[in-house]
Ligand binder design. Structure first.
Ligand code: 13P
Length: 262
């Protein structure tokens, strides 16, 4: 059984004061929910990490960074390292978000170095994978996903791959009016699991979580969670208010209970 995941990336939102308000509201909204079967994460901007770590302490919510450097320290102006994230209270780190690739020139070769560092210090990587609209149109989505994943995990022993949360985020579906269709999501998640099966074996493929992100809302989330190979939701805008994320956490908790009973 794979533990389902409910996560949100705040992107460049929620400074210190807003982070405290969000954490207080989210804690009270999810206090009565049974979240014991799921993992919940929030990814604040760097300056809010420590505040959020204290504000969520003792709750089911863990925090993570939205990016990091592959070195521990040094002359890398403007960068944040894995040990710094750990010290700030992070359990997770997001890597290869579409906006990092699009606006900051990140490549999966750099992501591989970051993932390696994250794994070596015990941060859980949330590895984003997704095709562009042109790649989808050319029927190349699965080939692109395979190349991204295999580049990023190159050098990791198969046995450690299930520690990584794979986040399928079609780059054409992020920040849009609608998510990818459930049928399309089902095909890509199946393809991603098959890539894991082929390169890392059945056991790794069965254990590794593959979550979906891209215009998820409390309204479309339930149908997406019904898909067999979807192990959770990664939400942007619809979770930037605590109320929205609380609804997502509830959906994922209910889906986890349904899967346990099935
Ligand atoms: P939206 O939910 O706003 O489309 O953002 C998704 C995302 O980027 C998750 O990483």
């Amino acid at each position: 059984m794979r533990r389902l995941v409910a996560g949100t990336g705040w992107k460049m939102n929620n400074g210190i004061a807003d982070s405290i308000r969000y954490a207080e509201e989210l804690r009270s909204r999810i206090a009565a929910m049974d979240t014991s079967a799921i993992d919940v994460y929030v990814l604040p901007p760097f300056t809010s990490l420590t505040t959020a770590a204290y504000a969520f302490d003792g709750s089911p919510v863990a925090i993570g960074g939205q990016n990091m450097h592959w070195e521990d320290s040094g002359s890398w102006t403007g960068e944040i390292s894995a040990p710094m994230l750990l010290e700030a209270g992070c359990r997770y780190v997001e890597l290869a978000h579409s906006e990092r690739l699009q606006h900051f020139g990140e490549t999966y070769e750099l992501v591989r170095r970051k993932l390696d560092k994250a794994m070596s210090v015990g941060l859980i990587p949330i590895l984003c994978l997704g095709e562009l609209a042109e790649e989808k149109a050319a029927g190349r989505a699965d080939e692109v996903l395979a190349s991204q994943m295999l580049t990023a995990i190159d050098g990791q022993p198969d046995t450690r791959v299930p520690e990584i949360i794979m986040a399928y985020e079609p780059r054409w579906a992020i920040g849009m009016a609608e998510a990818a269709s459930p049928g399309y999501i089902a095909e890509r998640h199946r393809a991603l699991r098959n890539i894991l099966r082929k390169h890392c074996g059945d056991e790794v493929a069965e254990k590794t979580r593959i979550i979906y992100g891209g215009s998820v809302t409390p309204e479309n989330g339930k149908d997406i969670l019904e898909i067999e190979d979807v192990d959770g939701l990664f939400v942007g805008r619809a979770a930037w208010k605590a109320e929205g994320f609380a609804r997502i956490v509830e959906l994922v908790s209910e889906a986890a209970r349904r899967k346990q009973l099935a």
